[in-house]
Design a protein around this ligand. Sequence first.
Ligand code: HEC
Ligand code: HEC
Ligand code: HEC
Ligand code: HEC
Ligand code: HEC
Ligand code: HEC
Ligand code: HEC
Ligand code: HEC
Ligand code: HEC
Length: 416
Amino acid sequence: MLKWILKHKFFLLWLLLTAAIGGYYYQLFFMSEDKTALLPGLTTDGHHQIEMQCSACHTEEEKENVFTSSGVPSSACISCHGEALAKFSDSHPVRKFKNPENIIFTSEIDALKCVTCHVEHNQKVTAPMGVTVPQDFCAHCHEVTLENLDSHKDLSYDTCHTAGCHNYHDNTDLAPSFLLKHYGEPKLLPEFKERPLSSDQPCPDPWASAESCASCHSDHMHEFQKGKHGMRLAFDNLSPMRPELARAPMKKSAAHLNMDCTSCHQPEKPQGFAAYNACIQCHDDTHTRNYTDSKHFTLWDASKGVSGVSCATCHMPKVENEGGGYHVSHDNSANLKPNEKMLRSVCTDCHGLQFSMNALADPELIEANFSRNPTVAHPGIEWSANAAIKRGNKDAKKIRDYLQSLSKENENNKEN
Ligand code: HEC
Ligand code: HEC
Ligand code: HEC
Ligand code: HEC
Ligand code: HEC
Ligand code: HEC
Ligand code: HEC
Ligand code: HEC
Ligand code: HEC
């Protein structure tokens, strides 16, 4: 018997291994909740929280191609992102490239498909914001622009969207007409914009269970599920997000906290808890820790949370309701990337556009949580103004004066 075993040891070993591996995969595919081992690589930061929900992207529609490349239809992406892309009028929507005039552009870059620029599970090629095409891809279609514009002649091809000047999708806050409209604004506007909430009634049931909040506040829950805080709650079989599952730096003490309505809304806590103290239960990165050094915090703290700028002012801004008035946006990702989205939804309520753009183009200042003046000068307004002067714009003199004051201001800031 022992002899027989020794003689067939390789065969037996193979049999054993096959059974083990087979059993392992069987268990994974059909029984286990954890499908991590089936993933071909690390999922992007945008989607890591829902990576176990393979069918969210690998849909029935593409059943034959499931788990092969080109197996993810754009319709899957659009089912989650379409509404937001449409809201700010995407500069490069699919329909633009279906237009016969522009079809020629798609020969090299198939802009009709989301996966041309956003593949998944491939960390090697993934740049910030889940972009998986080389940084200079804009030039494939816009080489002529780069050559024809004086201001753009000397720019390298990869700066179009990495320098905070243009985006592929959302250019609302970078359109030349918008920039020109706001030239000459001071650092602080003489009057801050107010955003009154459409309802200021107290909650009749603030001690309800987290699950039941949504029975009365379904709109807030719906919005919550679109951002990184609530995205897992869009799926019945996923637990709420917890700091221990995060990639971003979190406090160890918060590892097991569930992210739901009651993480921030705790009726026994003082006013303003939800807007700052709640956040620092979990978040523990440099930007978060530096917030208390900023004038924004000093003002907020001194007013007991009535004015000034809290974490929530920037990350959960008040947004307009369809029927007028405002509510607090519970999609904490909506205005974050690219960060110019924050210009209109937050900063320009109080600051001039140039100051705000300078601040958002300064990564070190963001890390310092805006606790000093910016040291970066965003060239966008200046270029738009120069172009307007060249066109013989009737306000040319005013614009020129402004440009002079600007360069002086920048010098002063650098000295300080
Ligand atoms: C957020 C959307 C999303 C989720 C969730 C997702 N995938 Fe993918 N997956 C993609 C995209 C996009 C591609 C690239 C498709 C292409 O290149 O056309 C891809 C490609 C793949 C590939 C082919 C890789 C290759 O190199 O060809 C496999 C295998 C795969 N996914 C497995 C999975 C498994 C298993 C899960 C669940 C555990 C999963 N995916 C969850 C979006 C997703
Ligand atoms: C089930 C809904 C869902 C599907 C399907 C989905 N996404 Fe997302 N996606 C999200 C959420 C939620 C986030 C995180 C919040 C945010 O950044 O908007 C996100 C983030 C992103 C980001 C930003 C990443 C970052 O690091 O800032 C990109 C780009 C993106 N998705 C593209 C796609 C593409 C392309 C597809 C299709 C292959 C897709 N998504 C499919 C829900 C989805
Ligand atoms: C030709 C390349 C390209 C194609 C095609 C493309 N994207 Fe993007 N996408 C980008 C780039 C570049 C960014 C980085 C931010 C920017 O420049 O707007 C981005 C950013 C994003 C973001 C995060 C930033 C934001 O503004 O919300 C989402 C979400 C997104 N893309 C979804 C999609 C979806 C859905 C599709 C398909 C309908 C798609 N993208 C097709 C290049 C592309
Ligand atoms: C597949 C081809 C293609 C690629 C790649 C591409 N574009 Fe475009 N882009 C176009 C076309 C076509 C138009 C429309 C031109 C027109 O209407 O005159 C356009 C228009 C624009 C506009 C005008 C904005 C608007 O809202 O009308 C800007 C800005 C722009 N692109 C920037 C970029 C940047 C930045 C990138 C890279 C991140 C990029 N484009 C990549 C084809 C492309
Ligand atoms: C029985 C329905 C109901 C339930 C359950 C409920 N709410 Fe409310 N809530 C309301 C109404 C009505 C208002 C008044 C404002 C309005 O009309 O939207 C309100 C107001 C609020 C406000 C703003 C005013 C304030 O008191 O701060 C918050 C925050 C709030 N609810 C959070 C919650 C949370 C969190 C839960 C779950 C723990 C919850 N609510 C459960 C009905 C409900
Ligand atoms: C990350 C923290 C956070 C979470 C989680 C959160 N909220 Fe809020 N919520 C706030 C902040 C900040 C305000 C602004 C008022 C304040 O400071 O208390 C607010 C205000 C509200 C208001 C009143 C203002 C308005 O928009 O009408 C309601 C209602 C509300 N939240 C419901 C909910 C519900 C329902 C959930 C769960 C789906 C939830 N919140 C989860 C932070 C949060
Ligand atoms: C219960 C813990 C918890 C609380 C409370 C909390 N967060 Fe978060 N937050 C998280 C987790 C977990 C993530 C996801 C990180 C990841 O996926 O790596 C996150 C993500 C974020 C992001 C990144 C969004 C993106 O799209 O990349 C921002 C911004 C943010 N939180 C701001 C806040 C603010 C502001 C508050 C208070 C109003 C707050 N958070 C309260 C746990 C928390
Ligand atoms: C004046 C506005 C402002 C204030 C106040 C503010 N933030 Fe931010 N926060 C930003 C900007 C801008 C970014 C960077 C977005 C980018 O460029 O990617 C950011 C980034 C973040 C991120 C990282 C998101 C990511 O995935 O890269 C987290 C988490 C965050 N903030 C949490 C907080 C918390 C918690 C507080 C309060 C202690 C706070 N922020 C206060 C504007 C602000
Ligand atoms: C509610 C009004 C308000 C909003 C919204 C706001 N700020 Fe501020 N900010 C202020 C005030 C007031 C100061 C203090 C100015 C002073 O004392 O000179 C300040 C100071 C600053 C400073 C520091 C300047 C210094 O002298 O130390 C920076 C940088 C800054 N804000 C950037 C931003 C950015 C970027 C945004 C948007 C993401 C923003 N702020 C949103 C009101 C606001």
